[in-house]
Design a binder for this molecule. Structure first.
Ligand SMILES: [Zn+2]
Length: 108
């Protein structure tokens, strides 16, 4: 094994290159992280309507997720979804309320 490794100088060069890349990534990441707190636009995205039901009526407020937080909070009813599991549940709930027109119409 030692003989093989000693006769693969390009492998060593490769490792050097990787180290360099990692340093570049570390530096860039450090710069990005340092830039975040001062940035007043942390990347909000609309993630659908609030599926919470209040007084038998869906809240339907526009929900916004932030890239800087793992918490989605409804600004209207205050319902919160924290973490990916909760977000998946939110998504399912939204899909459940996205096409209830037929079933409610049949009941009503
Ligand atoms: Zn809500």
């Amino acid at each position: 094994m030692a003989f093989l490794l000693n006769n693969l100088p390009w492998a060593a060069d490769g490792y050097e290159s990787v180290d360099q890349d990692v340093e570049d990534i570390r530096r860039l990441h450090a710069e990005c992280t340092a830039a975040l707190p001062g940035d007043r636009k942390p990347g909000h995205v609309h993630v659908g309507l609030c599926p919470a039901v209040l007084d038998d009526r869906p809240c339907c407020a526009q929900l916004t997720a932030s890239a800087a937080s793992h918490r989605i909070r409804c600004g209207s009813c205050g319902t919160e979804w924290v973490g990916m599991d909760a977000w998946r549940g939110l998504r399912r709930a939204q899909e459940g309320t996205a096409s209830p027109v037929r079933s409610t119409a049949a009941i009503g």
